[in-house]
Design a protein around this ligand. Structure first.
Ligand code: GLN
Length: 538
């Protein structure tokens, strides 16, 4: 089958959940046996979100091939289990960069370079790129931003052209809008949806399917009204009502026939809807897991999206362990020796979160010490692992001034140091150790057991600093062991204290590869330890 392209646009407001709708549609088409990929095109000018502050843009998600991307790619992978690549995340910055580089090389042979056609052609080339590399039945492209934004215009123009070039059976637009409820009038309002569709039509795009985000159920009359005003059939007006979990969205979308209507519009008579057995099984377990377990997130960002993948990984592992995990944010900037017991009270365990820079790190070190000395399950991820190492050096090895050279370049005890290959790098963007690297698990270690006794794993990285091997012997002699090592570069990737109940730090980010159907083994093992420590306490 020739590749078909589905474009997901959004109107009225941002944060309506385009990423979840894209991921859900991908999941449903995948369940029907199609080869799919989901990609995100973001209209901002940064080359990638790697240099963006999480307050601006939430977590930076990292693909296995080492691209720093938008957090929506995390949803795509968690829903479908299909790995994304650097071709699945494109920004205006990347588009312009390649056009400008080509212009400098003289590739345009003296032409005037313009938004149309040069920028739009580059957008089109990138939209089609994934399907030139592997066989794909459907490419779902989510366009970031909201209709009406100045910066999304070239993307919409590119979609318009592609729809014309590919024809109606190979290109389709699904438009997501919002239907607000006015409490004072007691009414749901469809006008913003109508306006947003008119805006799209003004740009030459007729949406074939509308997904209406709403907090209240839309009755048939309202759906018919939207259909009538927006030139779509009433069967193509789908509602996306708030649900208790994002993972219920695919089932809800299937129930309303989102995938079936997309197929029909593209000339495919849909077979009966697939069962989604394992997915429903996950939802069922989720419902049954009623006992709540509180797990702390020790970090400096007090916003959900900054630690999105960690929160989701905990939720997956919680479900399969039979618990509902409540992730509790603990601001590391506010943790002191005096209040740490109080700050961490009631937690069955905690994650010391990744991060950059000095803000909040002393709190992470204090939390690491508290976890170690009170035998509380503690999971350090990237910077979190590095702070576990610094804490151990200070309080067990006795190097009071031990630090990471990221935080104190002149420390005489740089137990975490900059990697050799990072030392001459001056550019910030895209220059870290990024993407999946191999790691050999040490025989007899806790982590090896957690991974089911396999010897070689691959996990994703995003960092510049690394455990300083000059100290390894001293750490091991005092009980903090290297449990995973990169075979090519001899880098310590995992540390653990085997005497503790669960005290493990990973230089890599396991949270990037936990999915709904395949929860990550380290999170599974960590949450299990948390549930046991909880029951042993009570
Ligand atoms: N700042 C640390 C480093 O660069 C850790 C990065 C992270 O936690 N992702 O090594």
């Amino acid at each position: 089958m020739e590749t078909k392209y589905i474009f997901i646009t959004g109107g009225v407001a941002s944060s309506l959940g385009k990423g979840i709708i894209s991921a859900s549609l991908g999941k449903l088409l995948q369940a029907r046996g199609y080869q799919i990929t989901i990609q995100k095109f973001d209209p901002y000018i940064n080359i990638d979100p790697g240099t963006l502050n999480p307050y601006e843009h939430g977590e930076c998600y990292v693909t296995a091939d080492g691209m720093e991307t938008d957090l929506d790619l995390g949803h795509y992978e968690r829903f479908t289990g299909i790995e994304t690549t650097r071709d699945n995340s494109v920004t205006t910055g990347r588009i312009y960069l390649s056009v400008i580089e080509r212009e400098r090389r003289g590739d345009y042979l003296g032409k005037t370079i313009q938004v149309v056609p040069h920028i739009t052609d580059e957008i089109k080339r990138r939209i089609l790129l994934n399907a030139t590399k592997r066989p794909l039945d459907f490419v779902i492209t989510e366009i970031g931003g909201t209709i009406g934004d100045i910066e999304s215009q070239p993307f919409l123009e590119a979609i318009r052209q592609l729809r014309w070039e590919l024809g109606p059976t190979r290109a389709l637009n699904v438009h997501l809008t919002y239907v607000p409820y006015l409490a004072a009038a007691g009414e749901l309002k469809t006008k913003p949806t109508q306006t947003s569709v008119k805006q799209l039509q003004g740009l030459g795009i007729q949406p074939e399917v509308l997904v209406l985000r709403t907090e209240h159920t839309l009755n048939d009359e309202l759906r018919a009204k939207v259909a009538h005003f927006c030139n779509v059939g009433v069967e193509a007006v789908i509602q996306s009502q708030d649900l208790p979990s994002i993972y219920e969205v695919p089932v809800n979308m299937q129930h309303q026939g989102l995938d079936a209507i997309c197929l029909k519009k593209m000339g495919i008579e849909p077979a009966p809807a697939p069962e989604l057995g394992p997915w429903r099984n996950f939802l069922e377990r989720r419902k049954q897991a009623s006992e709540v377990i509180q797990i702390g997130l020790v970090g400096k960002y007090d916003l959900q999206d900054a630690y999105k993948s960690i929160i989701e990984s905990l939720a997956h592992a919680g479900t399969y362990n039979g618990y509902k995990v409540k992730a509790v944010f603990v601001n590391s900037e506010q943790i002191t020796h005096q209040n740490v017991a109080e700050k961490l009270a009631g937690l069955a365990g905690f994650v010391i979160c990744p991060g950059f820079g000095t803000r909040g790190i002393e709190g992470k070190i204090i939390a690491a010490e508290y976890g170690r000395t009170h035998d509380i399950p503690t999971f350090g991820i990237c910077l979190g692992m590095q702070m576990m190492v610094v804490e151990f050096a200070r309080n067990v090895l006795g190097y009071k001034d031990a630090n990471s050279s990221e935080m104190d370049a002149s420390t005489p005890h740089n137990v975490i140091d900059m990697m050799e290959e990072q030392k001459n790098i001056t550019q910030m963007g895209g220059t870290m150790r990024l993407g999946a690297y191999e790691c050999e698990l040490v025989k007899g270690s806790r982590v090896r057991e957690a991974y089911g006794e396999i010897s070689l794993i691959k996990e994703r990285h995003r960092h510049r600093y690394e455990f300083n091997n000059a100290y390894l012997k001293e750490f091991e002699a005092k009980g903090m062991k290297c449990a995973g090592i990169n075979p090519a570069a001899n880098l310590v990737e995992i540390v653990e204290i085997p005497e503790q109940r669960w005290y493990i730090g990973t230089q890599f980010h396991p949270e990037y590869s936990s999915t709904v159907l395949h929860p990550h083994p380290l999170f599974m093992s960590f949450v299990k330890a948390c549930t046991e420590s909880k029951s042993s306490k009570s």
